[in-house]
Design a protein around this ligand. Sequence first.
Ligand SMILES: *Cc1c(COP(=O)(O)O)cnc(C)c1O
Length: 361
Amino acid sequence: MARVFNFSAGPAVLPEVVLKQAALEMSEYQDYGMSVMEMSHRSRAYMDIHAEASSLLRKLMNIPDDYAVLFLQGGASLQFSMVPMNIMTSNKKFDIINTGVWTQKAIVEGRKLGQVNVVASSQEEGFSFIPDVDNISFSHDADYVHICYNNTIYGTKYIKIPDTGNLPLVCDMSSCILSEPYDVSKYGIIFAGAQKNIGPAGVTIVIIKKDLLSRSSDDLATMLNYKVHAESDSLYNTPPTYAIYISMLVFRWLDSLGGVEEIYKLNKEKASLLYDFIDNSSFFKGNVDKRYRSLMNVTFSTPSKDLDSLFVKEAEKHGLVNLAGHKSAGGLRASIYNAMPVEGVRALVDFMKDFELKYSK
Ligand SMILES: *Cc1c(COP(=O)(O)O)cnc(C)c1O
């Protein structure tokens, strides 16, 4: 069977060249006579992969020297606990802007450990927009502020980040990391599960300002302690070696394309193809406030639930798969991460045109 265009929200499409390279190296990596999966994480070969993954990510995101890059496990979801455990120390309190399921989960985990103050929310309006960050007052005694940059399920993203003054800004970038340039120095912590815009499930990236590491108490469980992972360069125990190797290949691919600035242009082009079509259609409609539309997850719907389901089924027959919206949001969703080629988006728009002609009366 030929490869389909996979619009899954995650785990998601990977660059085909990366998969082919990995296939070539699957059983014998370079001259080592074994797969990366079979190597000691202390071997020279693996250590080189590990170091290259880290240095390429630093280069791609322009990460300043006073930040540590960690490769952890447990998904972005474990960060909803690790962040408060490590960073919510002096006042046992953090502020959060509630923009969807992923911040709600962070609120639930945070409340097990301290006080969580929801300073703004779009919940009443079905998370269809991002609250105006200029009209939020943060608690002077919060240990940090938590936001989710791109809301995978609803298809919204920040267009401006809040000015939190001295409070470190913690940002969940699971579904947008490396999709557009970010000024890392504006954040205390950036975290992201790899399986949306980086690599396979199993590795979670944490970028943390080094001065925050002093907040991690020695009483924390060792594996949940940022300082331990930072001091051992994410090699305290066995890291998810194969997932890090694939991520490294994805970083190389992105670097060879010209880095984040270049992919950002392509991402804007892909998103515009879809949004322009939707805006000019009287059949399809976008699901969120236009000002905050995501570049990565485009949510839309047809005039009815039945047509939404039919759309998903017919699209599949055309090799356009995983277009159903998240169960909590309904409708349709096309996730168009970095690795989705422009041709995939063109094919989707062509299919949408035909579908509209056939089913609009
Ligand atoms: C997918 C996702 C998560 C959860 O990631 P896991 O790696 O499955 O724990 C958290 N936040 C955002 C924004 C996501 O898109």
